[in-house]
Design a protein around this ligand. Structure first.
Ligand SMILES: Nc1ncnc2c1ncn2[C@@H]1O[C@H](COP(=O)(O)OP(=O)(O)OP(=O)(O)O)[C@@H](O)[C@H]1O
Ligand SMILES: [Mg+2]
Length: 474
């Protein structure tokens, strides 16, 4: 396996090389290149200078050295133990526990590998960006590896009222992409169904870079033809009636920070060209102004629409699409991350009912885990907020979640939804309820209804009258 000479891994050892290599200067050693013979001791001393956790491990997962930051985060009894045991509490390597194993990946590829894991740390479970790099032979060991761990700021794997939370595979896949994109200046396109967290992720990406810089949201769905230019680019005094003084636009307000173009798929075709011009030229003119002003912002766009399809049918400009979608990230719908529902509930309850320590009864949680959630996390949050207002104690019941308002017969689909969603019913009973409902609400005569249900009229009568006597032949 091709291994890296020691000096080539300095970037992995430290994000801030050479600033953090102070011990090298105090020992008056040359900074680079270090020889292949550099000992484990030398590497260990370099790692000890760093503020982020680093370990040196063998091909057999054994931790040979851990720096003080690692000890502080993972405990002092790490040396000589397997990395998967200390970082995860596993008894077997990560890949045998259903996780990706960066060591196995590095052994297979011969190059550095990076994965996102949930580690057990002194702060509880944390999302950690793990990077592994092979080293040249040193100290008589066949292969050594440096593992660099960086806790993620983007999201939490524990309940938190003020962060994106999640632990599921789908969520972590999304997180890994966001973690890659965050430190770059590439334009990110967030796409996914309504309520999946696009705006939340855009803010998290922004906050992980320059949290004190401006984060400016542009709601493209609400920008009318006349408003677009003055909202985005601002205007000069006297540009039009009512322009009594110069006004800064949103693009200018985002200077040095992030411009978040929300609902970009709703921007009419006629206005897309104005945005394209801004992105291509990197400058803009205030309405009524002469000077071209340079624009400097990080671009994040979001949409619940299928932009690919819109490009294909001509309703979205291809050139704008490619400007926006340098780094596309899909936000998974809740149905693809149902195992996150308990964690999301704990976090959202903290948010909607702070200080009440509300919990969900098992039947209520079970109901939520079966629910279709067309509105995704926003719908979950609304349900919990409503239930928390209906709940007088500390435990939210099934009735608090799907209380009587939902079963008003006024809206046909609501009635159906309640029947299907409030607990499980024996099939016979469900069929009878459904047939009763169909008789009352379909507006069809019995003969027509029977035809629509592909039954004879006689069978329909019989099932309505005597559901318990029906036979499989029916
Ligand atoms: N992973 C998450 N953890 C906790 N809360 C979340 C998460 N994702 C979304 N939310 C919450 O769900 C709600 C909807 O999120 P957000 O507004 O970011 O969704 P969206 O995808 O932009 O929706 P839309 O397409 O309707 O604009 C917000 O209250 C947000 O805080
Ligand atoms: Mg949104």
């Amino acid at each position: 396996m091709p291994c890296q000479p020691i000096w080539a891994v300095l970037g992995l050892i430290s994000d801030h090389f050479p600033a953090n290599m102070s011990f090298l200067t105090c020992h008056k050693q040359p900074m680079s290149p270090l020889s292949h013979e550099s000992s484990l001791d030398t590497i260990s001393r370099m790692l000890d200078e760093l503020g982020e956790p680093r370990i040196v491990i063998t091909e057999q997962f054994e931790i040979l050295h851990a720096n003080p930051a690692y000890h502080a985060a993972y405990g002092t009894a790490a040396i000589g133990r397997p990395c998967y045991e200390v970082s995860h509490g596993y008894r077997r390597p990560c890949n045998e526990e259903g996780e990706s194993c960066p060591l196995q990946m590095t052994l297979a590829s011969g190059q550095p590998e990076r994965v996102l894991h949930i580690h057990r740390t002194a702060h509880g479970d944390e999302h950690v960006d793990v990077e592994l790099m092979p080293l040249a032979d040193i100290s008589g060991h066949r292969h050594l590896f440096i593992e660099k761990m960086k806790p993620l700021q983007l999201a939490s794997s524990q309940a938190a009222a003020d962060k994106m939370v999640g632990r599921s595979a789908a969520f972590r896949h999304m997180l890994l992409l966001a973690q890659r994109a965050a430190p770059s200046s590439a334009a990110v396109l967030l796409f996914g169904e309504s309520g999946t967290g696009k705006e939340g992720l855009a803010r998290a990406i922004h906050d992980s870079g320059k949290p004190s810089a401006p984060f400016i949201v542009v709601d493209c769905a609400s920008l009318s033809e006349t408003l677009l230019e003055s909202e985005l680019f601002g205007y000069e005094k006297g540009a039009f009636t009512g322009a009594n003084q110069r006004k800064q636009g949103l693009v200018e307000a985002a200077h040095g920070g992030t411009l978040f173009l929300d609902e970009i798929g709703d921007l009419p075709l006629s206005q897309q060209v104005k945005l394209l011009r801004l992105l291509e030229s990197g400058s803009f003119r205030r309405v009524g102004g002469i000077n071209s002003i340079p624009a400097s912002f990080r671009l994040i766009a979001a949409t619940h629409r299928n932009l690919d399809a819109m490009v294909a049918d001509g309703s979205f400009r291809a050139d704008l699409f490619y400007r926006l979608a340098v780094f596309p990230i899909r936000l998974p719908p809740l149905r693809e991350r149902r195992d996150d529902i308990p964690l999301l509930c704990a976090s959202l309850l903290e948010r909607v009912a702070p200080g009440r320590a509300l919990q969900l009864e098992a039947s209520a949680m079970h109901w939520l885990q079966q629910h279709p959630f067309k509105g995704n996390i926003r719908e979950l949050r609304n349900l919990l907020e409503r239930a928390s207002l209906l709940c007088d104690g500390e435990r939210i019941t099934l009735e608090n979640l799907c209380s009587e308002d939902w079963s008003q017969p006024a809206a046909t689909d609501t009635t159906t939804r309640t029947q299907f969603s409030c607990g499980l019913l024996p099939l016979d009973q469900l069929e009878t309820q459904y047939l009763d409902w169909a008789c009352q609400h379909s507006g069809l005569k019995r003969r027509e209804l029977a035809a629509a249900l592909q039954l004879t009229e006689r069978t329909l009568y019989r099932r309505l009258a005597e559901p318990e006597k029906k036979t499989p032949a029916d």
